[in-house]
Design a protein around this ligand. Structure first.
Ligand SMILES: Nc1nc2c(ncn2[C@@H]2O[C@H](COP(=O)(O)OP(=O)(O)OP(=O)(O)O)[C@@H](O)[C@H]2O)c(=O)[nH]1
Ligand SMILES: [Mg+2]
Length: 283
């Protein structure tokens, strides 16, 4: 289906990006957080150039929202590309201790070098960065074992960069979610919108929910039937929403669209990966 292009780069994101780039100069290790439901679409194209030669850990968060076998597929896919995937579920506190250990180990080399130059050791500085709403602040709260950063179920909660001390050994930078200036790949932009990883005002709910229905009808048709009472087979997403609206919501398609997006984002349709690696590309 055709939806208006998704473009969203408001002033606060531009400001946040500037502040983040400034702070990155002080950083030893970058934790790049992606959304497990869309590990490729939630890759920010500029992060690599900002990181330069700094140590980087790739974190797949929200792993509770995809089936375990799909998480393993991604693990193999990234491994075949020489990337170690650190996977976490910040909601339930899984994978946290391992990630903290890896961040400390990556930063330990910094202090080795400092020692070599006759300098005193200092806490490893680690920045947690990624798209909005992927769970960066929730992850930080788990790493520091207290509610140090504001975290809530919508994009754009963190508005300013802020350092948070974990221990004498490590400090974390919480940063607002960042978006590329231009969302060139509209298929990726739709998935980001479906997952609520872009600011809300960026798109029209009916278009995005229709796209969600089309994706989900390929992946979990039975759960759509169960939840909305209609079979999505051969049905364009927008038409499906209208039919559900007629049958159950007094013709209010906008309400159905919001309901579908909410259901998906809250995990009420079950664990489902919107992106999977090509099986032929898994070594
Ligand atoms: N199910 C699930 N929910 C998560 C996970 N991590 C975070 N959340 C929830 O997702 C929502 C967003 O989390 P935040 O920590 O605010 O995300 P953020 O990346 O800091 O977002 P911004 O500051 O807006 O960029 C919160 O309601 C979290 O509880 C996870 O691994 N699984
Ligand atoms: Mg945040």
């Amino acid at each position: 289906m055709t939806t208006p292009p998704i473009q969203w780069y408001p002033g606060h994101i531009a400001k946040a990006e500037k502040a983040l780039i400034e702070q990155l100069k002080l950083v030893d290790v970058v934790l790049e957080v992606r959304d497990a439901r869309i590990p490729i679409s939630s890759r920010h194209p500029q992060i690599e150039s900002w990181i330069g030669s700094k140590a980087r850990l790739l974190v797949l968060n929200r792993t509770d929202m995809i089936p375990d076998r799909d998480r393993q597929r991604w693990e193999r896919w990234f491994a075949a590309r020489g990337e170690t995937l650190h996977y976490t579920d910040a909601q339930h506190g899984k994978g946290i201790a391992e990630l903290l250990k890896a961040a400390q180990a990556a930063g330990a080399q910094v202090n080795q070098r400092r020692k070599g130059r006759g300098m005193l050791p200092r806490p490893v500085r680690s920045a947690v960065i990624g798209f909005p709403n992927v769970g960066k602040s929730a992850l930080i709260n788990r790493l520091v074992k207290r509610r140090a950063a504001e975290s809530a179920r919508r994009a754009g909660v963190t508005r300013q960069v802020r350092w948070i001390r974990v221990s004498d050994e490590i400090e974390l930078l919480d940063a607002p979610g960042i978006l590329p200036v231009k969302l060139r790949d509209q298929e990726a932009a739709l998935k980001l919108a479906i997952c609520d990883d872009i600011g809300e005002a960026a798109y029209d709910n009916i278009g995005v929910a229709g796209a969600a229905i089309e994706l989900l009808s390929q992946l979990i048709p039975d759960r759509l039937i169960e939840r909305y009472g209609l079979d999505p087979i051969h049905c364009p997403g927008g038409v499906y929403l209208e039919q559900v609206a007629e049958a159950r919501f007094k013709g209010d398609t906008e309400r159905v669209a919001r309901q579908v997006l909410n259901d998906f984002r809250k995990g009420l349709l079950g664990a489902v990966a919107l992106e999977l690696p090509d099986p032929q590309e898994i070594a």
